[in-house]
Design a protein around this ligand. Structure first.
Ligand SMILES: Cc1cc2nc3c(=O)[nH]c(=O)nc-3n(C[C@H](O)[C@H](O)[C@H](O)COP(=O)(O)OP(=O)(O)OC[C@H]3O[C@@H](n4cnc5c(N)ncnc54)[C@H](O)[C@@H]3O)c2cc1C
Length: 490
């Protein structure tokens, strides 16, 4: 060993804060845009061990870390990043799991720029720590080793809990409740488990293999899953409680009812809701038709317009592109700065050659003699004063109408509450917009023993907020089952 070679037995001196700040943010290796726009493989390839170890060194280990308060479930970022620095990747994954049971998923889909990373102090002068990239790295590392630690089975409490809906809210509640010894059954209307994680978010952002892996881990923990059960039709909540002996119910049915523009021509052939379009491709694998049984509009060589500016719109437009569309327009009535989609999705969509039409709003779809959509009539918009959401409200520019030929359109304007459970559970109070009314702290509804959380309470939000609601509900349900005390929300 010469003088320059460090002796591995001697620990390296810790890097000074100044030196840490000199390290640039490690880029995420990505599939090349020209190649990836033709396939459904994951765009982000994940940090290498070296990339992750280097990125972790950028953390300044703040005495009072702001990143944790920026995380809706309070992941102890500094602690898990310290474990990466120490080379203990499995320990880092276990640390995250204390607060977040789906790190491989949230590391991929959270809008980190407005949460943990948005609060990182490095971001004041440099790029923030890549918290999402690191979270994803340790979760993927753990999965690849096959050493996901399952908690010990606790003693059975003899209490039964029904969970309605298998999205992130239902899954996180199920994980917590089964660890407390309750018998948990998740009822899902579709034939597969995962909610939006499965049928909404495409494979190129969130490989379904990861969702299946997490669901399998929960099965091994003792969670029972029943698919093809539509609560409110197959069986009601009252029947679950009165006839099937469930002591508590958590309603986590999401907000899966699509909104439409309500303009002439919206019912023409070739106009889809984003829910239908994405479900056909993600859940039913219409991209592989005719090997799969499910067809979808043949986009090859056609012009497709997607209307909206959120994650759903971004997923739909990038899916159309991968199905071979000649032009994939994204029509959004505000400007790029107001788009609610994750920053990374917009960046990726642009790299993939999406044709952005901002400050533009469709006023009609035009059809051909056979009833198929052949064009979209739009009007240009300008931004006025901020509205209730804090975003500048768009206003039509008179006389600015124009027409663009298209052969398919996808409406991605957001979703609202499916009314089925509410309408078949008489004691369940709802809000003016039809969401379930639940106490924000305890998630108790107006019906004794019934709790609700996730998008069915908040309206369309994020995966991590739904998971946070699931955890809150689980704690509250556990308390109710242990004490029997019930104070209905005011
Ligand atoms: C296309 C798309 C992309 C998105 N991208 C992101 C993203 O990148 N990052 C992010 O943080 N968030 C994203 N979101 C939002 C996020 O997915 C949701 O906020 C989250 O999934 C809500 O979780 P949930 O558990 O409340 O409901 P859901 O995930 O909607 O799950 C509800 C489940 O309940 C089932 N169900 C409904 N009614 C019944 C019934 N009567 N009986 C039985 N089962 C029923 C449904 O089939 C579904 O499986 C996206 C949403 C969409 C649609």
């Amino acid at each position: 060993m010469n003088a320059e070679t460090p002796d591995p037995a001697v620990p390296a001196p810790p890097l000074s804060k100044k030196d840490r700040m000199k390290i640039p943010r490690q880029p995420m290796p990505e599939q090349d845009p020209a190649r990836r726009r033709t396939n459904f493989e994951e765009v982000n390839q994940g940090l290498t061990v070296m990339g992750a170890a280097t990125e972790a060194l950028r953390c300044l280990s703040c005495a009072n870390p702001k990143c944790t308060s920026g995380c809706p479930v309070g992941v102890k970022v500094k602690d898990f990043v310290d474990l990466i620095v120490a080379g203990d990747f499995l320990g880092a994954a276990a640390k995250i799991r204390e607060d977040n049971i789906l790190p491989a998923i949230t590391g991929r889909v959270c809008p980190q720029e407005t949460q943990c990373e948005g609060c990182c102090i490095l971001g004041n002068k440099f790029e923030p720590l890549g918290v999402g990239y690191l979270e994803r790295f340790v979760a993927d590392y753990e999965r690849r080793t096959g050493r996901v630690g399952l908690p010990e089975r606790p003693l059975a409490t003899g209490k039964k809990v029904a969970i309605v809906g298998s999205g992130p809210a239902g899954l996180s509640a199920a994980g917590d409740l089964v660890r407390q010894g309750h018998a948990v059954t998740v009822f899902e209307a579709l034939h597969a488990i995962g909610g939006v994680l499965l049928y909404g978010i495409p494979e190129f952002r969130l490989p379904k293999e990861i969702v299946r892996h997490e669901v399998d881990a929960m099965r091994m923990m003792g969670v029972e899953f029943q698919t093809n059960v539509v609560i409110g039709k197959t069986v009601t909540i009252d029947e679950l409680m009165a006839d099937e002996g469930y002591d508590a119910v958590f309603v986590a049915t999401g907000a899966g009812l699509p909104k439409f523009l309500d303009v002439p021509g919206e019912h023409l052939n070739g106009v889809y809701s984003a829910n239908e379009f994405l479900t056909r491709v993600n859940l039913m694998r219409a991209d592989a038709f005719p090997e799969s049984d499910e067809p979808v509009f043949d986009c090859r060589g056609r012009d497709v317009a997607v209307v909206g500016g959120g994650n759903t719109a971004m997923d739909a437009v990038r899916t159309a592109c991968r199905l071979g569309a000649r032009t994939s327009y994204l029509i959004y009535r505000r400007s790029e700065a107001e788009m609610p989609a994750r920053a990374e999705e917009l960046k990726h969509a642009k790299q993939e050659g999406i044709a952005l039409m901002t400050l533009t709003n469709p006023v009609a779809f035009l059809g051909d003699a056979d009833g198929f959509v052949s064009g979209v009539r739009c009007v240009r918009m300008e931004l006025g004063e901020p509205d209730a959401s804090g975003r500048r409200s768009p206003k039509e520019i008179p006389g600015s109408e124009f027409e663009t030929p298209i052969q398919m359109a996808v409406i991605a304007l957001g979703t609202s509450a499916n009314p089925l459970v509410q309408s078949t559970t008489p004691e369940l109070a709802t809000t003016r917009k039809g969401y379930i009314a639940a106490d924000p702290e305890t998630l108790r509804t107006s019906k004794r023993g019934v709790f609700a959380g996730g998008d069915i309470v908040t309206g369309g939000a994020t995966v991590i907020l739904a998971m946070g609601a699931g955890r809150k509900a689980a704690a509250s349900i556990h308390e109710y089952l242990s004490t029997g005390a019930w104070d209905a929300p005011a």
